[in-house]
Design a protein around this ligand. Sequence first.
Ligand code: N01
Length: 500
Amino acid sequence: MSARTGSSAGPGRRTNILVIGGGLAGLAAAVRFRREGWDDFLVLERGDEVGGTWRDNTYPGAACDVPSHLYSYSFALNPGWSRSFSPQLEIQEYITRVARQYRVRDHHVFGCEVLSARWVEGDALWEVETTRGPFTADILVGAFGALCEPSLPDIPGIGTFAGKVFHSARWDHDSDLDGKKVAVIGTGASAIQIVPAIAPRVAELQVYQRTAPWVLPRLDRRYSALERLACRYVPFYQRLVRGGIYWAHEAQAIALAKRPGLMRPVGLLARAKLRREVPDPALRQRLTPDYRAGCKRLLLSNTYYPAFREEHVALVTDGIAEVREKSVVTTDGTVREVDALVLATGFQVTDSPTYRRLFGKDGRSLGEVFDTVGRQCYKGTAIANFPNMFLLVGPNTGLGHNSMIFMIESQVNYLADAVMTMKRGRLRSVEVRATAQEGFSRMLRERLSRTIWNVGGCASWYVDKHGANTTMWPGFSYEFRRITRKFDIDAYHVSTGGPQ
Ligand code: N01
């Protein structure tokens, strides 16, 4: 057995359930299976540790922008969080601790990338090819995440750049940026954390902005020893704190998803912050978004704008025309010398390469199906033509206002109830009905048409190549919890004669 395998699990095995991906979603599913007493499952993880995006995003300044007491599993609260918004390493340590505590590491096969997964109708099982050999399973769980495949910009000449180039989610810690001329491309959630974190170390920092983000105050602080003691020892205290944070965040869905007009005060607050933190009117003008607050993800930072007060930090708003061996050239003809390029350009969210590796009942890949009908999915979880397959963090499960872990746990409830239903009923396969999927997609489209993401006047990665927002959940997260509470078998085609 390889040292990279967490278990006695090995390639070529047949299991009841195979999970692709050992991030927050895969881990939540694994813990649930263990708690249900279903030990016949494996998690295939291409990395060498659990954690997913939190394992991969080690860039300077990486931290969560959802409060930690909420951004944690309901079954594994952590009284020891050091701050209201925890840094990446603390979150990653929390995730690995949960994996150990619930004894699911042994169910992981690390260094195992899924190359293809095919549904074999005759045998009612999934045949999965991986870099560590074949696996078969009755049920496939796609927990490969949305924010894991870097989106690399297609800039002319970028391949000829002689210095270091790396994506924010693949930070090259061997590259010494101290005293160097560094260009950061992008001004999203990752970039606004990177810029203030590296600014003090570099000789020159060029920030290439295509679209200005809306930035709000970050109410971050250290927790006192007393607060941590209270979380640990005072019954219900931490649950109360968590509940308060949850409902305060949940209320934001009213403005984002139901009454976009209510986002106006948020825009005013962000403008006031911009005025306070950026005294130069010309610079402030260039940092002011030209779309409505909330259309793209609202960012939280107290250090991003102040970074531009330093003389060696420059905001560049002209488009990038090309990258040369030692410079970046903008469309106005300016050539800026650069030693290293940081690509904070986001992720392939609506076009995950993994979609092209999953093949359903009619032999077409999920990517091909999505090409034809768009990213239609039932409850973010099940897809017609893909029997016995359940996605976690699937289409339209994204939130702009609350913790993704809440959504993940909702989906895991649904998944667990589906597995239970299959076991009890000795079902061979379940496949969501096309009519149920279409009805659900219609409901989403109708509700999304009224959200700030659709009416806010911006381009964002929430929208797929068909022009549809197939990323965000258009409502309260508790509404999603309600519709995923029970596996609704009536929405599925069912075949019987499966294992007990
Ligand atoms: O990526 P993004 P991210 N030329 O896609 C620009 C989560 N997250 O990694 O806006 C020039 O938001 C692009 O410009 P534009 C969170 O959910 C969470 O920052 O498309 N620029 C944009 O400015 C977040 O939403 C935390 O015009 C190009 C930027 O690159 C998600 O991850 C922390 C370009 C990409 O921004 C993604 O955030 C970090 C090009 N060719 C991330 N292509 C937490 O704290 C793209 N851009 C929890």
